[in-house]
Design a protein around this ligand. Structure first.
Ligand SMILES: [Zn+2]
Ligand SMILES: [Zn+2]
Length: 313
């Protein structure tokens, strides 16, 4: 019997602050989406891994973060001030809501200010600053960070994570057939409409730094826009079908079905409906089987590390 993991990239305005024209609609949806997501998880007793941008733990800041190598340019949009004044940039209330929920969620790291670790321009020094500031901010709330989700899934500086006591990260989804074809977007649409392949199950593996890599299987909101609007009325919500297929595959094997999303994906009622449909399916399957629903942390703690890494963990 396999496992289902749900991870969440939680970032409010930080997810877009380096973009020339940040999408207002998604930023506005982030706070209500966060609360709605938390209550849907509560409704179905589903524990998730909330990878939260470190800046959101803060009650206040000076807006410049002079000790960070990217300062001051990287923080040009950071308004500074306090959580009460700028709630797109601070979220201690939201972090506490996750920490104090009845369901046993994991709080994980998504960088301090959403720096892309895998970007060639990101120095090791910057990665260290991101990790140190996140650990410190989380510790002020009594939270210990053990899992990491790379901003925009740009994997990099894994040695830094290992050095700072992280145990696991979400790696990139294994390639599917449509990744290899020249017209990838068309291939993805064709897959959702006709081929209907299930998302890949993944297995946690130990990398060369002794970290557990738990790759993604399916982005619950990676199929949006025109493609979704075209397919939904005819073949139903393709993502619901894919997610259900992934969950059902996990029932029959030892693999992990690793689903993920952003709170700011819950823009409209139909988005919450999609999530509720998937999680209700998951809860029903778990009820009638020994299918496990776990956090990245719990899964990674079960993975045996080679002897060379055991001493340092
Ligand atoms: Zn700040
Ligand atoms: Zn992100």
């Amino acid at each position: 019997m396999g496992t289902v993991v749900l991870s969440i990239d939680a970032e409010l305005a930080w997810g877009f602050h380096d973009r020339p024209d940040p999408p207002r609609e998604r930023i506005a949806a982030a706070r209500p989406g966060w609360s709605r997501l938390l209550s849907i998880l509560e409704e179905f007793s589903i524990p998730a891994t909330w990878a939260i941008v470190g800046h959101l733990f803060l009650e206040e800041c000076d807006g410049t973060h002079a000790e960070h190598p990217g300062s001051p340019d990287w923080f040009a949009r950071d308004p500074g001030g306090s959580a009460g004044e700028h709630d797109d940039w601070f979220g201690p209330d939201l972090v506490r809501a996750v920490r104090d929920a009845d369901v046993d969620h994991e709080i994980a790291c998504h960088g301090f200010s959403h720096v892309e670790f895998g970007n060639r321009e990101t120095s090791r020094e910057t990665a260290v600053a991101e990790v140190e500031a996140s650990i410190e901010a989380a510790a002020s709330m009594g939270v210990e960070l053990r899992s990491f989700v790379f901003p925009r899934n740009r994997v990099g500086h894994r040695d830094v994570l290992a050095a700072y006591g992280f145990r696991s990260y979400r790696g990139v989804r294994p390639d599917q057939w449509f990744d290899a074809v020249p017209m990838r977007r068309t291939g993805k649409l064709l897959d959702a409409a006709v081929v209907r392949s299930a998302p890949p199950l993944v297995s946690p593996t130990v990398d060369e730094y002794g970290l557990v890599n738990l790759p993604a299987s399916l982005d619950l909101f990676g199929f949006e826009g025109i493609a979704r609007s075209l397919l939904e009325p005819t073949v139903g919500d393709p993502v619901v079908r894919q997610a259900k297929a992934g969950i059902d595959r996990a029932l029959e094997s030892e693999g992990v079905c690793h689903l993920w999303l952003h709170p700011n994906n819950l823009l409209a009622e139909r988005d919450s409906d999609r999530l509720r449909t998937v999680l209700s399916h998951l809860a029903a399957r778990r009820e009638r089987s020994s299918l496990a629903v776990e956090t990245m942390r719990t899964v990674s703690e079960r993975v045996d590390l080679p002897d060379a890494y055991r001493a340092v963990q």
